[in-house]
Design a protein around this ligand. Structure first.
Ligand code: ADP
Ligand code: MG
Length: 378
């Protein structure tokens, strides 16, 4: 394999092992992880590879083929937050979260080669963390469960890199099964595999990276989260998970108009995830498509996190015959997904590309995706 040779070129010796972990797409369940809701992601084929080798000393040397293979060198003792910003923090954070001294008792050489497009909303960050996490777990015989590794990878991103992400990306990157989506309950972190065999049903999930990024993102995310927390506080519960629409409506005088509308997204989106699970168990992809469309309408109208580029993808895909389409991720830019018949994927992409050109927008990027296997040692 190429990464083995590149490892040799970089470190003048071969790796002990290579771990691979995929990126992900979330089918439905947006902006509800922080309200203790459910999410339904699957792992894509694209993955990130981490070739690792144990050293005799306490040096950590790390390079990425996506970063010109420049080797960064650290002593194990100096790996603790806060570190100077750099891509390697995603990997150093995993070493730190696994436990230096007690568990990571030796230095390591690590070479990364990622196929997951960076910053396209497909979670290249989790793929990187999970490939390193699984690789070191095996190299040092740490015997962590996949659940524990997901928490370790999340801690690397939250506490070391400084990105307050949930645990969805790491869970699905580690636990996914080919042909299945992963239902994750964000309240108790339990998971179950839900059949999602797109290929067998002649379908594809097209990911469209709009390459738009509206500056509001960070403030917008925090404000939405604060609205949901405020609703829960005012109504005396832990999170939106504990509320029904009926409870919201009967106590609406306690809420601001905006809070009511934001809560409506959270509560109806949780129901849509569970309805999607039912639809998938019945192989009813038309129903799944309808729920995906409703999710977009709710994110756009009630949650107000969409933007013209995302709406253009969704409307164009729907007009081209997609079963469903919606924005994914935080919003205000980033990617959208469209559930399409495999034979129509190409035409749908062309229609979207043309619509973008006609509106004078930067050309979007397309990533077809099928549900694949989670992280593995290869
Ligand atoms: P996403 O996870 O949606 O792709 P993020 O901003 O969360 O976007 O993570 C992207 C960052 O992760 C990159 O900017 C880089 O720092 C790091 N990263 C991911 N994959 C690689 C890789 N193969 N090599 C180096 N850095 C990577
Ligand atoms: Mg990320």
């Amino acid at each position: 394999m190429n990464i083995e040779k590149r490892f040799f070129d970089t470190f003048s010796i071969g790796p002990d092992l290579i771990a691979a972990a995929p990126g992900r797409v979330n089918i439905i369940g947006e902006h509800i992880d922080y309200s203790q809701g459910y999410v339904l992601p699957f792992a894509i084929q694209d993955r990130t590879y981490a070739a690792v080798r144990k050293r005799d000393d306490n040096l950590v040397r790390i390079a990425s083929l996506q970063r010109k293979s420049v080797v960064h060198t650290y002593n194990l003792e100096e790996i603790r937050p806060p570190m100077k910003r750099g891509w390697e923090n995603y990997a150093l954070g995993v070493i730190w979260a696994l436990g230096i001294d007690q568990y990571i008792t030796h230095g390591v050489d690590i070479l990364i080669d990622g196929q997951v497009p960076l910053g396209a909303g497909l979670s290249s960050s989790a793929a990187l963390e999970c490939s390193v996490g699984l690789g070191l777990n095996t190299l040092f015989d740490l015997d962590h469960s996949l659940e524990a590794l997901a928490r370790i990878a999340q801690s690397a991103e939250n506490d070391f890199v400084g990105m307050p992400c949930g645990i969805m990306d790491q869970s699905v990157s580690l636990m996914a099964k080919a042909g299945f989506a992963l239902l994750l309950d964000c309240r108790d972190l339990t998971t179950s595999h839900i059949p999602f065999d797109l290929a067998a049903n002649g379908l594809e999930l097209l990911v469209v990276d709009t390459r738009a990024h509206h500056a509001l993102v960070d403030g917008g995310y925090a404000a939405r989260r604060a609205d949901c927390e405020s609703v829960a506080r005012k109504l005396g519960v832990d999170s939106l998970r504990d509320l029904s629409m009926e409870q919201i409506v009967t106590q609406k005088e306690k809420l601001t108009e905006i809070e009511l509308i934001r809560a409506r997204h959270g509560i109806t989106e949780m129901a849509r995830v569970l309805d999607s699970v039912t639809a998938l168990k019945e192989s009813n992809f038309e129903q799944l498509g309808r729920l995906i469309n409703l999710s977009h309408a709710s994110l756009k109208d009630d949650y107000a996190v969409s933007c013209p580029e995302l709406d253009l993808v969704v409307e164009t895909a729907q007009a081209a015959g997609a079963l469903g389409a919606r924005m994914v991720g935080g919003g205000f830019g980033g990617s959208a997904i469209a559930l399409v018949r495999a034979g129509l994927a190409e035409l749908t992409s062309i229609a979207i590309r043309e619509a973008f050109a006609k509106s004078g927008l930067k050309a979007p990027r397309f990533f077809p995706s099928l549900p694949s296997q989670g992280a593995q040692i290869i």
